[in-house]
Design a protein around this ligand. Structure first.
Ligand code: UTP
Length: 289
């Protein structure tokens, strides 16, 4: 079945970025000159997804405003004769058909996904966690959709994580079925290195079958009292096969200040307008050892 819909969860508190996120959404922090969430929406569009459902919460209006038209701003840019910026702000408002649903209580990622059931309906869908920005020649979600086409099951994106970092990821127990594709035999949430069944960690891209909704209803609150998507996936695994795909590309975890900083530097080094001056600046930095 062709996948048409994308869910983007952006209702979290973003506590790791306080105080920056006290009155603005984490997803609107800019990487170079674009808010984080725009990278993800552009990936969804470039992957051929037609409708985007963003899960928001109290204090997240800036996200809706960003993807809406701003007639005043367009008027100002037109008067200034800045055609390039005018086209850019218009392009953002025409990127995709987006609808919003509010998560009234932040009861976890699994809960955020579950409230989209009526909007998604009885069809498989793509899920994006906007903390993860993926630079790739072929958009990471587009690669995953091809895997879903072949196997018809839920697919999670995985990457090889350093053994000492397994406790930061959901780790899969894999059975390789083709290059980059694994059948998931089990999932372990944030295992210590000696308990990790592999070094393949789940990152923020998923394709989920609609059965995830009934499963999430049965998923008890887990770590931190939140309904965890990984717990839901473990229950789903008892009903149907789940695959993992080791995507081609580079993931940046923008969900922590250090990850955000690294992503900003790496993207700047890949940005044609900034790279050479920025490299020059970095070279001249007298870094203390
Ligand atoms: P995180 O675990 O990174 O939480 O959520 P967070 O709130 O974004 O950030 P910290 O940990 O407080 O700094 C993973 C994803 O799940 C979404 C988040 O927006 C993020 O995309 N989420 C989490 C929700 O939409 N609702 C929730 O109740 C929890």
């Amino acid at each position: 079945m062709k996948i048409r819909k994308a869910v983007v969860t952006s209702a979290g508190w973003g506590t790791r970025f306080l105080p920056a996120t006290k009155s603005q959404p984490k997803e609107m922090l800019p990487l170079i000159d674009k808010p984080i969430i725009q990278y993800v929406i552009e990936e969804a569009v470039a992957s051929g997804l037609e409708q985007i459902i963003i899960v928001t919460a109290l204090g997240k209006h800036a996200i809706e405003n960003h993807f809406d038209r701003s007639f005043e701003l367009e008027h100002v840019l037109r008067q200034k004769g800045d055609e390039r910026l005018l086209r850019e702000v218009q392009r953002i408002s025409e990127l995709a058909s987006i609808c919003y649903i509010r998560q009234k209580e932040q009861l976890g990622l699994g809960h955020a996904v579950s409230i989209t059931q009526d909007l998604v309906g009885d069809e498989p869908f793509a899920l994006f966690l906007p903390d993860d920005i993926i630079e790739a020649e072929v958009p990471a979600m587009k690669q995953m959709l091809q895997v879903h086409d072949r196997y018809g099951c839920s697919v999670v994106a995985v990457e090889t994580v350093p053994p000492e970092n397994t406790a930061a990821y959901g780790i899969i127990s894999p059975k390789q079925v083709e290059e980059r594709v694994y059948q998931v035999l089990d999932l372990v949430e944030k295992p210590e290195p000696e308990e990790a069944p592999s070094n393949l960690g789940i990152v923020g891209r998923y394709i989920l079958t609609p059965e995830i909704f009934s499963v999430l209803k049965e998923t008890p609150p887990g770590k931190g009292g939140e309904i965890q998507l990984t717990d839901g996936l473990r229950l789903l695994l008892q009903q149907q096969a789940l695959y993992a795909y080791r995507f081609q590309g580079t993931r940046h975890d923008t969900g922590t200040p250090l990850g955000f900083l690294k992503a900003s530097v790496e993207l700047a080094l890949h940005c044609p307008d900034l790279a050479s001056e920025f490299k020059e600046y970095l070279r001249k930095l007298d870094l203390p050892h």
